[in-house]
Design a protein around this ligand. Structure first.
Ligand code: ADP
Ligand code: ADP
Length: 229
């Protein structure tokens, strides 16, 4: 068994008379501390997988085992606790609170978990020690994304789930963000899962899970992932 095991997971949406299978028997595993990339075109079912892994949605069938616990059978209350305590989220468009500074955004983590990391230290670790008192609008896209990562890491999550984290950034800035995600996995043992349609991100990953048309088409393990440079 792996640290994360998604086993024969199904998610369907009813659209009037038709049923859309967003996930049609998805199976894959991810080991602790890995960087895993879930790669596939738009509409493949990636976000559905991420939402289920993050406890934002539940599946219709299958098992979703995180660190030995099957969250597929969790009720809404248990899912909320899981989502708040165990999962950090990084989105394409940052999702920072605009009227709070970088530091205050990261400090929000301490309202969610009792053992949140010190905001100054986490912001330092993502290279933003000198911009802590800036508001999001005063920061570049890449800097805002670093604040988002810091806020997620302050919770010391088991899983860091990233939805197109470089999608709104230019190539060089995107690389800096990927470098931080890579460092996070390597140095803290946090399991990082990135969903993307951008195959250029695959070489850095320990594991590449290709999804297309609601199914896993291949899983590739990189024994020697290419460090982000
Ligand atoms: P991806 O993230 O790879 O773009 P999604 O997981 O968002 O793919 O979507 C997979 C499929 O499920 C698509 O056909 C999409 O239209 C459908 N879908 C996703 N969410 C919903 C929803 N809430 N209601 C109906 N259909 C949905
Ligand atoms: P385009 O001009 O089509 O946007 P780019 O080559 O500029 O293509 O980059 C595409 C995406 O790849 C960007 O969002 C960038 O963030 C991302 N990217 C960043 N770093 C890497 C990397 N090390 N390997 C692959 N892709 C990366």
């Amino acid at each position: 068994m792996a640290y994360i095991d998604v086993i024969d997971e199904y998610k369907r949406y009813n659209m009037g008379d038709t049923v859309i299978a967003a996930n049609d028997g998805i199976t894959f595993g991810v080991e602790k501390g890995e960087v895993a990339v879930i790669l596939g075109p738009s509409g493949a079912g990636k976000s559905t997988v991420l939402n289920i892994l993050g406890g934002m949605d539940s599946c219709d069938e299958g098992q979703v085992i995180i660190d030995g616990i099957d969250i597929a059978n969790f009720d809404a209350k248990k899912l909320t606790t899981y989502r708040r305590n165990d999962v950090g989220f990084v989105f394409q468009f940052y999702n920072l609170v605009p009227n709070l500074t970088a530091k205050e955004n990261v400090e929000l983590a301490s309202q969610i978990v009792s053992d949140a990391l010190n905001a100054d230290e986490v912001l330092n670790s993502v290279g933003l020690g000198n911009r802590m008192n800036n508001f999001p609008a005063q920061l570049s896209g890449g800097e805002q994304q670093r604040v988002t990562i810091a806020r997620a890491l302050a919770k010391q999550p088991k899983l860091l789930l990233c939805d197109e984290p470089t999608g709104a950034l230019d190539y060089e800035t995107g690389k800096q963000i990927l470098k931080i995600l890579e460092d996070t996995a390597r140095k803290t043992g946090t399991t990082v899962i990135i969903i993307t349609h951008n195959s250029q991100i695959a070489p850095m990953a320990d594991r590449v899970i290709r999804i297309n048309d609601a199914k896993v088409r291949s899983v590739e393990i990189n024994e020697n992932p290419t460090p982000v440079s």
